[in-house]
Design a protein around this ligand. Structure first.
Ligand SMILES: Nc1ncnc2c1ncn2[C@@H]1O[C@H](COP(=O)(O)OP(=O)(O)OP(=O)(O)O)[C@@H](O)[C@H]1O
Ligand SMILES: O=P(O)(O)OC[C@H]1O[C@H](OP(=O)(O)OP(=O)(O)O)[C@H](O)[C@@H]1O
Length: 209
């Protein structure tokens, strides 16, 4: 049976395509892609499409994609109606709480303001800590918010730490580690179990330790 495979475009794209290539999949169309959005595998009965991270979950949940690759950050923040099957060990980064060194939000008494692109993750984190926080949704360049005084701190992704460092911010705590995951539509896993299991095993076989 034919498989539809949603790949997150952007940072995860290159490494995911590299893993598929190493597994022996026919991904030439994905490497030389122009403005196309759908890419038939040249060796197997699979068609890939490239989507934004949140849309990857949407396509998989609706069964339009049988399988998808997306960051754990997006999974933690968004809807959950799919099977999370495999940690690919790529796209590694972490969620951190950060701010200006002279303004440690964990020392602040009373109301704390947090800027973040990930309000659900931030809310769960501070709820567990028993802290009263006001969340301010920011769509990008989150590090700017505490510098300008919009908030006391941020919950954001850190990879190399360069963005924090170059903007004079420090890490106060780590929320959790992040990496790319394979998710599978629940009905597809029943109807196309052999094909999906094969893909998962192929990807597992090229994972780096
Ligand atoms: N330094 C990093 N910053 C953000 N995401 C990272 C980083 N390193 C790895 N990732 C992973 O890569 C995924 C895709 O990131 P990317 O920046 O391409 O898309 P995005 O977060 O949806 O941003 P945009 O809205 O700019 O497209 C993230 O969801 C995360 O899992
Ligand atoms: O630790 P580093 O290696 O510096 O990476 C972390 C930065 O990368 C991401 O931003 P992105 O580049 O996606 O831009 P954005 O702020 O517009 O989302 C993230 O939100 C941090 O700002």
């Amino acid at each position: 049976m034919s498989i539809s495979f949603a790949l997150t475009k952007g940072r995860l794209e290159k490494e995911t395509v590299k893993m598929l290539e190493k597994s022996g999949y026919g991904i030439e169309n994905l490497k030389d892609k122009g403005r196309a959005l759908v890419f038939p595998d040249t060796k197997k009965d699979i068609r890939y499409f490239l989507v934004k991270a949140n849309d990857c979950i949407t396509y998989v949940q609706h069964g339009v994609a049988d399988i998808g690759v997306v960051g754990k950050d997006t999974l933690l923040e968004g809807d959950k109606d799919y099977y999370e099957m495999l940690d690919l060990g790529i796209g590694k980064c972490k969620f951190i709480v950060a701010g200006l060194p002279e303004n440690n939000l964990f020392d602040k008494v009373g109301h704390v303001k947090i800027g973040t692109k990930y309000p659900n993750i931030a809310k769960a984190y501070f709820l567990e800590k028993g802290m009263d926080v006001e969340l301010i949704k920011i769509d990008g360049s989150v590090e700017l918010a505490p510098i300008l005084g919009l908030c006391d701190g941020i919950v954001d992704i850190m990879e190399t730490g360069t963005t924090l460092k170059e903007n004079g911010l420090v890490v106060f705590d780590t929320v959790c580690d992040i990496s790319a995951r394979v998710i599978v539509n629940k009905a597809s896993f029943k109807l196309k179990k052999d094909e999906i299991t094969q893909i998962l095993n192929d990807l597992k076989s090229v994972m780096e330790d």
